[in-house]
Design a protein around this ligand. Structure first.
Ligand code: DCP
Ligand code: MG
Ligand code: MG
Length: 649
């Protein structure tokens, strides 16, 4: 009996470990040609799964979806299109950085409790150590080890529960925001990774630099050889300095260490960034692309190649990256179609033209939990209530109003154990949606729970026995709050082409942090000086609520100069606000009061006021992307009107 139980537990744990491993693979994969919407979705997939291991099967589906899109998408940039036409000149090389924080959840916990710094620390989700600090790694503990095995390896291992992602999520956004304060082209990947396209920054910095050297490691190149290579690849050499400065900023301002990769594409930057860990960085030179691609131990190591795709390729006899490189293109096309085959072949050769797509706000917020068995209505109600409590709080911090509520369940079924999610959704009445945006942490509107249970009864016959293994609650179709929309009214919708919500990722970009502003500093100071706008008092996203003690702030960045301005808002509000530094207060004061109010509200909500150069897209993609949140094209053109100087930047 006892032996049987042990065996059962073993099978259960191995299953979880397997799923966890799948999950990590999926997280490591990324959609190299992802549009904004896809990037958000990928991000929200990561962020909304409470227990990563249980969500892996869904991520797998997601991964395959991403993968299909990856394979069917045309090259997204004009640069990419050009590259496929042999007559056009080869596009100028880009400089892309990839950042991956060290033992992320563990670092967040060590910041929250510094006593954990010097002890071996494991972050536990259910029976798995999702990550552990490097002290624990030295003692043989690895990521995704079972708790039992980890304890065996390291009996003094300290365990912290990592099932509540709130602090990780908040810190994750702070990192992205910090990077955004240096450069507008930042794309999140999961919780602890970001891509940054610093090509323009480098172009501006190059003329100011006479001596070139590499910071950190150069892949497969000795330090002696690297010295000689620096003047041959001055852009990458400078890029390595920028990467070092950004890592330094993340350390000084947020207390986090991480690794960086410097290369000419997202694919290569990601592949190279983990070469030396922790807290190091590596640059990949074009002449070493073959080496790094050849060093990958399997096709799954190519970001974007998921489990299913690897299986399809395996059916063609392709196991290694080399196999794929050498596989006849005609046969690959037969299996995958021409675009997908081309994309895949390119990836295997280390070619990737996909742009860094600045990540916007997630299109939906959700939360979920999984369990071995839930079979009573009471348990279901309690769980939904619990999930809604945290979700409503996140929604409130987000500031937008959800229009749709979705409930998903996973029913246990022996035949289709891991894939059987079912969902039902319904519109959220305006008064309930409004309540959600106002609710306090533990105040879930009763109507919401009623709605959830109605949806539940459409999926599960509660009169018969049932067996659930997962419940997910989701708010989608997030829109700016009705009150705000009412007040801002026609003019902002006129000036902002989409009614989509503001982009928190961009929300802290001050006009004074435009590329050239920063680069002027780069040139004159030789270091990067982030120009972070002063924190707005209104809390818009969960990251604004990060606990101050979690954020050691040495080297506080210089604040931009900005003018203050009083304006009469609604009848009951008159406030003094800081004007964007490049808005002329005198010009502003000439405007009608209601227009001032609207503009200041925009500013208050930290919409981007700088016009960031947009990457040209294929026309077909535009409509799709307009749906995305906070596109760069939504820069406030009226504010631009006040600061003609910006146009010249
Ligand atoms: N994570 C998770 N489940 C997984 C993989 C990761 O919950 N299967 C979480 C925990 C990690 C975080 O995501 O801290 C980032 O994942 P990484 O793979 O980057 O791992 P770490 O940052 O922890 O360690 P490293 O220093 O190796 O990057
Ligand atoms: Mg990572
Ligand atoms: Mg990491």
């Amino acid at each position: 009996m006892n032996g049987g139980f042990k065996k059962l537990m073993h099978v259960f744990k191995s299953n979880m470990l397997l799923l966890k491993l799948l999950y990590i693979d999926i997280l490591c994969g990324f959609n190299l040609s992802a549009s904004q919407a896809k990037a958000s979705r990928l991000f929200s997939t990561f962020t909304t799964h409470k227990f990563a291991m249980e969500s892996s099967e869904d991520d797998l589906e997601e991964d395959e979806t991403e993968w299909k899109q990856l394979l069917t998408d045309s090259p997204p940039t004009s640069r990419a299109s050009e590259s496929s036409i042999s007559k056009t000149p080869t596009p100028a090389p880009r400089v892309i950085l990839h950042f991956d924080l060290d033992c992320f959840y563990a670092q967040v916990e060590m910041i929250r409790n510094p006593a954990l710094r010097d002890v071996p620390l494991g972050i536990q989700q259910k029976y798995i150590i999702v990550t552990c600090n490097y002290v624990a790694r030295q003692q043989g503990v690895t990521k995704l080890m079972s708790v039992t095995d980890a304890k065996q390896k390291c009996p003094q291992l300290v365990l912290v529960k990592g099932e509540d992602l709130t602090h990780y999520r908040e810190m994750s956004y702070q990192v992205t925001d910090l990077l955004l304060s240096f450069c507008p082209l930042v794309e999140r990947l999961g919780f602890d990774e970001n891509f940054v396209d610093i090509t323009e920054m480098i172009e501006k910095r190059l003329p100011c630099t006479t001596e070139f050297s590499f910071k950190g490691h150069v892949y497969s190149t000795s330090s002696e050889a690297a010295k000689a290579k620096a003047s041959i690849h001055p852009d990458l050499a400078l890029g390595s300095h920028v990467a070092a400065e950004l890592r330094e900023a993340i350390l000084c301002q947020l207390g986090l260490t991480g690794c960086a990769g410097v290369a000419t594409s997202k694919l290569l930057a990601k592949l190279v960034s983990g070469t030396f860990k922790p807290n190091q960085q590596t640059t990949l030179l074009p002449e070493n692309v073959d080496d790094i691609m050849g060093s990958l131990s399997s096709l799954r190591k190519i970001p974007g190649v998921g489990h299913q795709t690897a299986k399809r390729l395996q059916a063609l006899g392709l196991i290694t990256v080399r196999d794929l490189q050498l596989f006849p293109q005609a046969e690959l096309i037969k299996e995958l179609g021409s675009q997908s085959a081309a994309r895949l072949k390119n990836l295997s050769l280390g070619t990737d033209d996909s742009p860094v797509n600045p990540t916007g706000a997630p299109q939906s917020l959700s939360d979920e939990d999984s369990f071995k068995k839930m079979s009573s209505v009471k348990e279901v109600m309690d769980k939904i209530q619990q999930l809604l409590t945290s979700l409503v709080e996140r929604m409130r911090k987000d500031g937008r109003q959800p229009q749709t509520f979705r409930l998903s369940v996973r029913k246990f079924s022996a035949s289709n154990k891991w894939y059987s999610r079912e969902s039902r959704q319904c519109p959220i009445p305006n008064h309930v949606g409004h309540k959600i945006t106002l609710a306090s942490t533990d105040d879930v509107p009763a109507q919401l729970l009623t709605m959830a249970m109605k949806l539940f009864s459409k999926m599960v016959d509660t009169a018969a026995p049932f067996h659930l293994t997962l419940i997910n609650v989701c708010f989608s179709n997030l829109q700016k709050r009705a009150s705000a929309a009412r007040t801002i009214g026609a003019i902002t919708t006129f000036f902002s082409p989409s009614a989509s919500p503001q982009n928190p990722a961009q929300s802290q970009i001050d006009s004074s942090t435009s590329g050239s502003g920063v680069d002027d500093h780069l040139c004159s100071l030789g270091v990067m000086t982030p120009l972070i706008p002063e924190k707005n008092t209104s809390s818009l996203t969960s990251r604004d609520a990060a606990s101050p003690q979690a954020t050691p702030t040495q080297n506080t960045p210089s604040k931009p100069h900005s003018s203050t301005f009083s304006y009469g808002g609604d009848a009951d509000t008159t406030a003094t606000y800081r004007l964007p530094p490049n808005v002329d207060p005198q010009v502003f004061s000439q405007l009608p009061a209601n227009l001032q109010t609207e503009l200041m509200r925009e500013w208050e909500q930290r919409r981007p006021v700088l016009k960031i150069p947009t990457v040209s897209k294929k026309p077909g993609r535009e409509a799709k992307e307009k749906k995305g949140t906070g596109r760069r094209s939504q820069a406030n053109s009226l504010l631009d009107y006040f600061k003609p100087a910006l146009d010249k930047l």
